[in-house]
Write a protein that binds this ligand. Sequence first.
Ligand code: HEM
Length: 153
Amino acid sequence: MSYVLSFHNILRWLILLFGLLAVVKAVGGVAGKKNYTGSDNKTGLLFMIFCDIQLLLGLVLYFGKDWFAMLKSNAGEVMKNSAMRFFAMEHAVMMIIAWILVHMGRSMVKRADTDAQKHKRSLIYFGIALLLILAMMPWPFRSGVGRPWFPQF
Ligand code: HEM
């Protein structure tokens, strides 16, 4: 399970990189009225693929490390403790919402009629997803729930 946690830790950097790249490209596309290129599409696709793998790893951690079992057997205590509530509820639920937004964004972009619309939809869906991901990350400076920048081997 510690390897899964390490992989989950490292993968967040790829998600942040491609999420940021997708948003920056979308801003450039909207502001500069640029064509929607193959590279724009690939960036969004990689952002989605890394989020998919992260969701799978997250689910393995959630069920494998007893966060769900704890919530089921003692929901009251877990919800009262902000550190436990963070991983048992807030992190998991909000990250799943971000994942849904990334998928919705991909499908909305595919269905857009014009390049301008594709950039605008990328910006809205990927932008909100990225903000959620940033907000729900257990950054090392967060009290109670902070985790290391990089995996500890
Ligand atoms: C974009 C999506 C996600 C990102 C960027 C992310 C990021 C992280 C990071 C950085 C950690 C700390 C790793 C460490 O301690 O070294 C963590 C822990 C954790 N994540 Fe995620 N996560 C995401 C999605 C999810 C999802 C969807 C779930 C569950 C369904 C989940 C469940 C967990 C759990 C249970 C832990 C704590 C594991 C433990 O130490 O017991 N994560 N996550």
